[in-house]
Write a protein of this length. Structure first.
Length: 331
């Protein structure tokens, strides 16, 4: 049995994975090839004043820091991220894993333009962040502050190049994602709820308090008829994400922002993290208790606890292969 060589110190860790919720961290933990031990962060220590809690281990050839966020939101993400860089100065890339509220389709309701439609269980990889809640509230309208100083910077050149490579390797990324999805499902002992549970309502439909719209969706004229194959696998999308501390509960406002800012999804923690670190936001489309889509907790739980984890491990695999091939060419 081979002996796992542990990193010599905190500076040896190169990858961080941030999880806003415990169920996200649970799914990611299943994909670690090796966990050093549950108290390894105590062994390696942290800088004085760092309140974060970490799980340390290895994925592929990378020593990884799994970061347990105390709560969702961009303020929490900003605080957590600042302390990571102090305790683990060798971090080269950080993944923010979690759920997002997606913009369901790029075409007319019912039309499937290639694969622009986003379905339950799909993955969205961020190419940049738009801070949608920073601005001025006027009577009856909101104006986003859009200046060079107020806008968040785009990912640095190394991240943009990495994203370009991921796009080129899309088929491989998708195949790897499928295999890790099965591993997480087996580990958590959960199964897919089925495509029939992916219900999209028209933006004009008003959801009542604590409603169970999905129970009689077949009789609801506000349900959008979208074509989806029963065996269709999760698809990986790339695009801009809107971020803020406000949960998006208006489909009409969602579509208005999407059209104006050209975003494909909404994510609360993105803005807080992108100001402090090299980042890659990895999210999966969720069911919508917030009003962007759906209502059943068991469906949401399935998506939130396994889809994004499979994509994270698939990206790590590709990053390792890309690095190895680059070394073979240039060194």
């Amino acid at each position: 049995m081979s002996v796992i060589s542990r990193p010599s110190g905190r500076a040896a860790f190169r990858v961080a994975i941030l999880c806003p919720r415990p169920r996200d961290a649970h799914a990611i933990k299943l994909l670690f090839d090796f966990i050093y031990d549950e108290t390894s962060s105590d062994k390696y220590g942290v800088v004085q004043g760092d309140p974060n809690k970490y799980t340390l281990g290895r994925i592929g050839r990378y020593d990884v820091v799994l970061v347990h966020m105390p709560q969702p939101g961009k303020v929490a993400a900003s605080s957590v991220t600042g302390h990571i860089k102090l305790s683990y100065p060798g971090i080269e890339i950080a993944f923010l894993i979690g759920t997002c509220g997606e913009v369901p389709n790029g075409g007319e309701p019912g039309a499937l333009e290639g694969r622009k439609d986003v379905f339950l269980g799909d993955v969205v990889i961020s190419e940049g962040i738009v801070q949608c809640d920073l601005g001025k509230r006027h009577p009856g309208r909101f104006t986003r502050k859009n200046t060079v100083k107020s806008n968040l910077g785009r990912p640095n050149q190394s991240i943009r190049s990495f994203l370009a490579q991921l796009r080129m390797w899309h088929d491989r990324l998708t195949d790897n994602h499928k295999s890790y999805l099965v591993k997480i499902q087996n580990g958590l002992k959960i199964t897919s709820p089925g495509v029939e549970k992916d219900i999209l309502f028209r933006p004009s439909y008003r959801h009542g308090e604590n409603c169970q719209c999905d129970l009689n969706a077949c009789e609801n004229e506000s349900v959008v008829d979208r074509r989806r194959l029963v065996c269709q696998s999760p698809f990986i999308h790339f695009g801009l994400l809107a971020s803020g501390d406000t949960i998006m509960s208006s489909a009409k406002y969602r579509d208005r922002i999407s059209k104006r800012e050209d975003v494909v999804a909404f994510k609360m923690e993105g803005a807080g993290k992108s100001t402090l670190m090299k980042y890659l936001l990895l999210n999966k489309k969720k069911t919508e208790p917030d009003a962007i889509q759906e209502h059943q907790y068991d469906i949401r739980k399935y998506v939130e606890t396994n889809v994004q984890g499979g994509s994270s491990k698939a990206i790590q695999d590709l990053r390792e292969e890309i690095c190895e091939r680059a070394n073979g060419v240039f060194l």
